[in-house]
Write a protein that binds this ligand. Structure first.
Ligand code: PRP
Ligand code: ADE
Length: 174
């Protein structure tokens, strides 16, 4: 089962990037091409029936499966990046993380108003990042089609935070 394969591959790194945080390191997944294929197939299967025009992936780990998934679905991928990285005109949003604060930005021509945008990231923790991404997308006229994550840290209750934004939530491992 995909959830078991993912959980087996992820390794816990205590006290990274700060004391008290147990960091979920997904890099071992990337060394297993068959598992990466299975992850994309599981997303495709679980997103069947959902209108998605564009996938927005969150820097940096949201780029890993976000682009592959968009390519598999035959739709555009847009990067949502940390401050100062995108070269064209941008919209920005500040937010809080489990272990700090950050700003995300999106190109103003990333998608058309009225398009349905799936927000993709590797991991759902507090939900602060994807809530900020949702606000950014909505302020730009996009409709949040839903969220997809490889893994969720359930104890941080991110899913409760994002539930009012969209009913569509795909999490492959908890
Ligand atoms: C991590 C992770 C998510 C976010 C989840 O990214 O990849 O984007 O934190 O946390 P939240 O649900 O509490 O907002 P991070 O900001 O560490 O950046 P990285 O992907 O570049 O490592
Ligand atoms: N993003 C937020 N919290 C995280 C954690 N504990 N491990 C990996 N990524 C994270």
């Amino acid at each position: 089962m995909i959830a078991e394969q993912i959980k087996k591959a992820i390794r816990d790194i205590p006290d990274f990037p700060k004391p008290g945080i147990v960091f979920k390191d997904i890099t071992p997944i990337l060394k297993e091409p068959a598992l990466c294929d299975n992850i994309i197939a599981a997303f495709v299967e679980q997103l069947k029936g959902t209108r998605i025009d564009v996938i927005a992936g969150i820097e940096s780990r949201g780029f890993l499966f976000g682009l592959t998934l968009a390519t598999k679905l035959g739709i555009p991928f847009v990067p949502i990046r940390k401050a100062g990285k995108l070269p064209y005109t941008i919209k920005r949003k500040a937010y809080k993380l489990e272990y700090g604060e950050a700003v995300i930005e999106c190109h103003t021509d990333a998608f058309e108003p009225g398009q349905h945008i799936l927000i993709h990231d590797d991991l759902l923790a507090t939900g602060g990042t994807v809530t900020a991404a949702s606000e950014l997308i909505q302020e730009m006229g996009g409709i949040v089609a839903g969220f997809s994550f490889v893994v969720e840290l359930g104890f941080l209750k991110g899913r409760e935070r994002i539930a009012p934004i969209s009913d569509t939530l795909v999490v492959l491992a908890e």
